[in-house]
Design a protein around this ligand. Structure first.
Ligand code: PEP
Ligand code: MG
Length: 851
C-alpha cells in the first residue's frame, strides 16, 4: 500500500492569516482577535478540524514542520479549539518538547528545582493523558530529582520503551491522543448534551509555552473584570509566582490577590505597571470582543504574555447584568443584549437559587415543576404546614399529591414536594402560580402516609420536622440546609424587560386568582389577567362553609340564600383585583371544578360538616356520596354546572358587575371579561349568555350605572375547537385552555400522566410531555382550526392561550405565528414570556432581512 504523505494543513495565527471559527475553532479565532488587538500572545499554530479528523483516522501530521514555526528547541502546549467553547474538549497538554537535553539546559538557566518540576509535569501529563497509564503511578507528592527519575522509570517499565525524547514524536502522540479522545463515545455524548451537533468537529492550537518560571517577577494567573455570580464590576482571579498556567487551578497558600487586599499581598502592589497593563488588555477585550472575557496570562521576567481568553463563565444573573451593561456602554445594541439572555434563565432570577458553588446531598429527584429553591422542615399535612407557618417555621409540604383542599397548606409552606404528578398536576400549577418552588413526581422517594416517613431509594428515612431543601429548578431534593443566592429583581432585570416590551408583538397576560397573585402580575408588568380561576377564592374557611351550604341546598331558593352569603366576598375580591390591575383587562373564569372537591374527604371532616349544617351525619355522607362521580374531570363541571345550577354563575356575574360599578364610583374603570369554561356546544354559551345579560340589566337598573363587559369562551374540549365558528357567534373572545384540551385530545388524565410519562418520552412515543410542551401536531392543529373557524365568523375575535403552556417559548412562537393576541401564564413566568416574545420578533426581523 502506498504510504501517504504527512499532512501539512496548519497555519500560524497572525492578524491577517485565514482563520475561521468554523474550520479552526473558537479558540484559534479568539487568539487571532487578541493579536489584532496588539496583545502579547505567544506564537500559535492552528490545526483545522479536517487535519484533526485525518489524524484520528490514522494519518500523520508534519509535526517537525509545526515545531519549526516556533524556532529552535521550543516547548509548546496543545489546547482544544472546538467551534463552540461550551462543547469542551480534551485536556490541554503543556511542555511538549521537554526531554533530557532540554532539562539539562533549563537546570542551568532556571535552576535544578524548576527544571525538575517542569520535566516531571510533562512526563506525568504525557503518561496519563497520552499513554493512558494509571494516574496513581504518577502521583507526585513533591517534585524532586528523585521523583523525576521514578516517573521516567515507571514509564519505561509500563511501556517497555524509554520516555520519548523526540519533540516531533511527542507532539504527534499528543495530537493523536487528543483527536481520538474527541471522537470517543463519552466525549460525544457529553458535548451533545450541551447542544453540539452530531458532526461537531475539533480544531487544536499549538502554542509556544510562556514559562512563568525564572528570574524577576514570573508566574501565571487568570483575571476577569466582573464578579461571575452577580455580574457586577469587580476584578477577580489569582496569580501564582513561579508557576505555569496548569498550576492556577491548584489552591496554593502563596497565591497573590490581583488587586490590593487587606488579607495579603497583591499583584497590583508587586507590579503596578503589569497590573495596569492587564487592566488595559481586559478593557480592550471587552470593547472589541464585545464580551466579558477571562484572560489567562503569564509573566516571564516582568514580561506579560496573554496566552488565552475565554468568555467568563457566569451565572444567569451575571449573564443578564453583563448584557445590559454592554448595551448601556454602547458596545452592543439593545437587540443584541436581548438575544444574549436565554428566556428560560430568567426564571432562575425570580426565586432564591441553590448556590452552585456549594455541595449538594441529593436524596431524590423529580420533575422540576416550579423554579426556585427552598429549605424547610418536612410536614406531611396541610394542617401541619399551617401550624408550622403560625410558629414562624418555614416548612416543605410533602404529599403523595396535592388536592384543592391543600391550598391553605401550600400557602403556608415555602415549597412543595409530591411523590406523584406531572407538569400540570395540581401541585405544579398552583406552585407556579404562587411562585412556590415545587418538585413533583419524585418517584424515587416513597412516602409512607401511615408511618409519616419519607424514604429515599438508598434507604434514608426522613420524618416530620427533618430539614430538607427542594430545588424546583433542577428537580433535586437535598438533605438539610444549603447556601442560597437571593432573587435578583434589580434594575438590570427591569431594564432588559422594558427593552423586550419595545420590540415584542404579542401580548403577555398573567394567570392570577387572588389579589396577591394580581399584585405579583403587576410587579412583573403583565398586561392584564388572562385567567382568574374564581374557585380558588372559595377555599378560605368562612367561604368554604357557605360553599358547602350551597352544595347541600335542597331548593334553588336555599341555594340562592347560601350564594347570597358568598356574593359580598366575591365582590370584594373583584374590587381588589380591578383596583390592583388599574384598568388593565381582567378575564374572569366562571366556576369550573366539580362540586365534590369542596367536600371533606375524611369521616371527621364529614362529621364537622354535619354539625355546621345541623344535619344528620348519615344524610351528609349520603349526599357527599351522591356527588361522587366516576370521572369528575369529564363530569359535572364547568359550564355544565352553570347550566344545571345556574344560580352559581348568576351570583358570580352579579359580583363582577357590582365590583365594576364600585370601582367606577371610586374613579377607576374596567371592562371585565367573563369566560365560560369547558364549553362543548354553542347552545351552552347561548344559555349562559342570556342569563348573564339579564343579571347585567338587573345590576344596571339597581345601581343606575352603565358598564360594559365582554363574554368569551374557554376552549378546552376538542369539540369546542371544531365548532368554534358557531361558538364565536356568541363570544367576543376565545381562550384556549390547553391543560384540559391536551388531556381531552390525548384522552390522558393530567393528574395520572406522571406515572408513565417518563417511559413514554424515553421510548419516543411522545417527543416531550405534552402537558409541558404544547403538542403542536395534535393539540396545535385544534388550536389552528379553532382560531380559523372562530375568526371566519368574527374577524375581530380576540384569541389567546391560558393553559400552562402559555409561558413556554415554543408555545408563544406557535401562538404568535397563528395570529393570537396574547398568551397568559403564571405570574412568575411573565418575565420569561416577555423576553421570549421579544426574541421571536427579533429573529423574525432578522429572517426577513436575510430573505
Ligand atoms: C386549562 O384547562 O388549560 C386551564 C387553564 O384550566 P384549569 O387548569 O384550571 O383546568
Ligand atoms: Mg381547564
Amino acid at each position: 500500500m502506498q504510504k501517504l504523505e504527512p499532512i501539512t494543513d496548519f497555519v500560524e495565527i497572525t492578524p491577517s492569516a485565514e482563520i475561521a471559527a468554523t474550520a479552526h475553532g473558537w479558540r484559534a479565532k479568539c487568539l487571532q482577535r487578541l493579536l489584532r488587538l496588539d496583545m502579547p500572545v505567544p506564537r500559535t499554530v492552528a490545526l483545522p478540524a479536517t487535519t484533526i479528523q485525518a489524524i484520528a483516522a490514522g494519518r500523520s501530521l508534519d509535526c517537525k514542520g509545526v515545531l519549526e514555526c516556533f524556532g529552535e528547541n521550543p516547548l509548546v502546549s496543545v489546547r482544544p479549539s472546538p467551534q463552540n467553547p461550551e462543547w469542551g474538549g480534551p485536556s490541554t497538554v503543556l511542555n511538549i518538547g521537554m526531554n533530557a537535553a532540554r532539562h539539562a539546559v533549563l537546570v542551568k538557566t532556571h535552576g535544578q528545582a524548576a527544571a525538575d518540576a517542569l520535566y516531571l509535569r510533562f512526563v506525568q501529563g504525557y503518561a496519563v493523558h497520552v499513554a493512558r497509564l494509571d494516574p496513581d503511578m504518577f502521583e507526585i507528592a513533591e517534585p524532586s530529582a528523585q521523583a523525576l527519575r521514578d516517573a521516567l522509570r515507571a514509564y519505561r517499565d509500563e511501556m517497555d520503551e524509554p520516555f520519548p525524547e523526540d519533540p516531533a514524536r511527542q507532539l504527534a502522540e499528543v495530537l493523536r491522543s487528543m483527536s481520538r479522545a474527541w471522537a470517543g463515545t463519552s466525549a460525544r455524548l457529553l458535548r451533545q448534551s450541551k447542544g453540539a451537533p452530531e458532526e461537531a468537529a475539533l480544531g487544536l492550537v499549538v502554542q509556544e509555552m510562556a514559562q512563568g518560571l525564572g528570574q524577576g517577577i514570573s508566574g501565571s494567573g487568570v483575571i476577569q473584570f466582573i464578579d461571575p455570580v452577580t455580574g457586577l464590576e469587580q476584578v477577580t482571579g489569582r496569580f501564582l509566582g513561579q508557576a505555569q498556567s496548569s498550576d492556577i487551578a491548584e489552591k496554593r497558600e502563596d497565591a497573590l490577590y490581583l488587586t490590593r487586599d487587606p488579607r495579603g499581598p497583591s499583584l497590583e502592589e508587586l507590579a503596578p505597571e503589569l497590573f495596569a497593563s492587564l487592566a488595559r488588555q481586559g478593557a480592550a477585550c471587552r470593547a472589541k470582543l464585545r464580551e466579558e472575557m477571562q484572560l489567562e496570562f503569564t509573566i516571564n521576567d516582568s514580561h506579560l504574555a496573554v496566552i488565552d481568553a475565554v468568555r467568563v463563565p457566569r451565572s444567569s444573573r451575571a449573564g443578564l447584568r453583563i448584557a445590559v451593561d454592554l448595551a448601556n456602554d454602547g458596545i452592543i445594541t439593545r437587540e443584541e443584549a436581548l438575544l444574549r439572555v436565554e428566556p428560560r434563565a430568567l426564571s432562575e432570577l425570580l426565586h432564591p437559587q441553590v448556590d452552585p458553588r456549594g455541595t449538594r446531598d441529593v436524596i431524590g429527584r423529580g420533575i422540576a415543576a416550579s423554579p426556585g429553591a427552598a429549605t424547610g422542615r418536612i410536614v406531611f399535612t396541610s394542617a401541619a404546614a399551617q401550624a408550622s407557618a403560625s410558629r414562624g417555621e418555614p416548612c416543605i409540604l410533602v404529599r403523595r399529591e396535592t388536592a384543592p383542599e391543600d391550598i391553605r397548606g401550600m400557602h403556608s409552606a415555602v415549597g412543595v414536594l409530591t411523590e406523584r404528578g406531572g407538569m400540570t398536576s395540581h401541585a405544579a400549577v398552583i406552585g407556579r402560580g404562587l411562585g412556590l418552588p415545587c418538585v413533583v413526581g419524585a418517584s424515587d422517594l416513597s412516602l409512607d402516609v401511615k408511618a409519616l416517613v419519607l424514604l429515599s431509594k438508598s434507604g434514608r428515612k426522613l420524618v416530620e420536622g427533618d430539614l430538607i431543601t427542594i430545588d424546583g429548578t433542577t428537580g433535586q431534593v437535598l438533605a438539610g440546609e444549603v447556601e442560597m443566592l437571593p432573587p435578583a429583581l434589580d434594575d438590570a432585570f427591569r431594564m432588559l424587560l422594558s427593552w423586550a416590551d419595545d420590540v415584542r408583538d404579542i401580548g403577555i397576560r398573567a394567570n392570577a386568582d387572588t389579589p396577591a397573585d394580581a399584585q405579583t402580575a403587576r410587579n412583573f408588568e403583565a398586561q392584564g389577567i388572562g385567567l382568574c380561576r374564581t374557585e380558588h377564592m372559595f377555599f378560605e374557611e368562612a367561604r368554604l362553609v357557605a360553599m358547602r351550604e350551597m352544595i347541600f341546598a335542597d331548593t334553588p331558593d336555599d341555594r340562592a340564600t347560601a350564594l347570597a352569603r358568598l356574593l359580598p366576598m366575591q365582590r370584594d375580591d373583584f374590587v381588589q383585583l380591578f383596583e390592583i390591575m388599574q384598568g388593565l383587562p381582567v378575564c374572569i373564569r366562571l366556576f369550573d371544578p366539580p362540586l365534590h372537591e369542596f367536600l371533606p374527604h375524611s369521616r371527621d371532616g364529614l362529621r364537622e360538616l354535619a354539625e355546621a349544617l345541623d344535619r344528620p351525619l348519615s344524610e351528609v355522607t349520603r349526599r357527599a356520596e351522591a356527588l361522587t362521580e366516576f370521572n369528575p374531570m369529564l363530569g359535572m363541571r364547568g359550564v355544565r354546572l352553570g347550566i344545571v345550577l345556574p344560580e352559581i354563575y348568576d351570583m358570580q356575574a352579579q359580583a363582577i358587575f357590582e365590583a365594576v360599578v364600585e370601582v367606577a364610583r371610586r374613579g377607576g374603570s374596567i371592562v371585565p371579561e367573563i369566560m365560560i369554561p369547558l364549553v362543548s356546544a354553542s347552545r351552552e354559551v347561548e344559555l349562559v349568555k342570556t342569563r348573564i345579560d339579564a343579571v347585567a340589566a338587573k345590576v344596571r337598573t339597581a345601581t343606575r350605572a352603565e358598564f360594559d363587559f365582554k363574554l368569551g369562551v374557554m376552549v378546552e374540549t376538542p369539540r369546542a375547537a371544531l365548532r368554534a365558528g358557531e361558538i364565536a357567534q356568541h363570544a367576543a373572545f376565545l381562550s384556549f385552555g390547553t391543560n384540559d384540551l391536551t388531556q381531552m385530545t390525548y384522552g390522558l388524565s393530567r393528574d395520572d400522566a406522571g406515572r408513565f410519562m417518563n417511559t413514554y418520552v424515553q421510548q419516543g412515543v411522545y417527543p416531550e410531555d405534552p402537558f409541558h410542551i404544547l403538542d403542536v401536531d395534535g393539540v396545535g392543529e385544534l388550536l389552528l382550526i379553532g382560531a380559523e373557524r372562530g375568526r371566519q365568523t368574527r374577524a375581530n375575535l380576540t384569541l389567546s392561550i391560558c393553559g400552562e403552556h402559555g409561558g413556554n417559548p415554543e408555545s408563544i412562537a406557535f401562538c404568535r405565528k397563528a395570529g393570537f393576541d396574547y398568551v397568559s401564564c403564571s405570574s412568575y413566568r411573565v418575565p420569561l414570556a416577555r423576553l421570549a416574545a421579544a426574541h421571536l420578533a427579533l429573529l423574525d426581523k432578522d429572517r426577513k432581512k436575510t430573505t
